[in-house]
Ligand binder design. Structure first.
Ligand code: F6R
Length: 263
């Protein structure tokens, strides 16, 4: 795991956007695993700008989102399908048929989840999985006690997640109590993982995830098991990390990061 600390949420998002853009240019048919949430809005806006100003081409790219609320139609304004259309897909030249989210409105949710796993495999697996982290420590919607080997399935959302996300609903009680989510095991199969974490309210759970013990109580800690995971944070989110000088030294000296230090 590498941890990159940037001065602001803006520069953390820009570095993440640049990494995705560079990977897309290198492999135009890349399969991206995508996340939703407030943290990603800035990053998606930046990718939209790169498409507009630099001709960043999404036409061959395929995407799989991490999760979707159970019981919301894809057209519901609070669905993650609507979020993706609004924040990314409508701003770039992606072929909408290449974009995938689990359907939380499916009649047979277990079948929907098994098919989702199959489709990921048929696309050759996920090249880069983008992640945020919830205050409960969840990646995707893998709430505390999610098995570290879990696959795509329906999951009950924790009170912490309810408190985090329900204000986004016009009536907070309308937030679904369940979501379909890729499992921790599904996420760990991605070839590369980029996690973007910003803001002081994530500082404690971030430190637990990357410097604490690997435990099903904090799904984010499972990332310590991944061979190529880069965690990009701003100073606020990095507040409680204990080995900051070491992480900074690596970023300042590894040739891999030469092109990214001035972002
Ligand atoms: C969303 C997802 C979640 C979010 C997390 C952080 O698809 O998978 O794990 O990344 O809840 O959300 P924000 O960015 O709103 O704090």
């Amino acid at each position: 795991m590498e941890i990159i600390i940037r001065p602001t949420s803006e520069s953390a998002a820009m570095l993440t956007a640049r990494l995705i853009a560079d990977a897309l240019r290198k492999k135009p048919g890349i399969t991206l695993g995508l996340a939703t949430g407030r943290t990603m809005e800035k990053l998606y806006a930046m990718l939209g700008e790169m498409h507009k100003n630099e001709g960043l081409d999404f036409s061959l790219c395929k995407t799989f989102n991490l999760d979707e609320y159970v019981g919301l139609k894809p057209t519901d304004p609070n669905s993650y399908r609507s979020y993706m259309n609004k924040h990314l897909f409508s701003h770039v030249n992606i072929d909408i048929r290449n974009t995938h989210l689990p359907n939380g409105y499916a009649g047979d949710l277990a079948f929907e989840c098994a098919e989702y796993e199959k489709e990921i495999v048929e696309c050759g697996g996920i090249d880069i999985q983008l992640l945020g982290i919830g205050r409960s420590g969840h990646i995707g919607f893998n709430e505390p006690l999610s098995s570290l080997a879990s696959r795509t399935r329906a999951k009950a959302l924790s009170p912490t997640t309810f408190a985090q996300n329900s204000p986004l609903f016009e009536n907070p009680n309308d937030m679904p109590k369940f979501a379909l989510t890729m499992g921790v095991g599904t996420i760990l199969e991605a070839k590369r993982i980029l996690m973007l974490v910003t803001g002081e309210e994530k500082a404690e759970i971030l430190a637990k995830s990357v410097e604490g013990p690997v435990t099903a109580m904090v799904s984010g800690s499972a990332l310590q098991l991944h061979p190529h995971c880069t965690v990009i944070v701003d100073e606020d989110a990095g507040k409680f990390l204990t080995e900051k000088p070491y992480y900074r030294w690596i970023f300042d000296n590894e040739p891999e990061w030469d092109a990214y230090r001035t972002l």
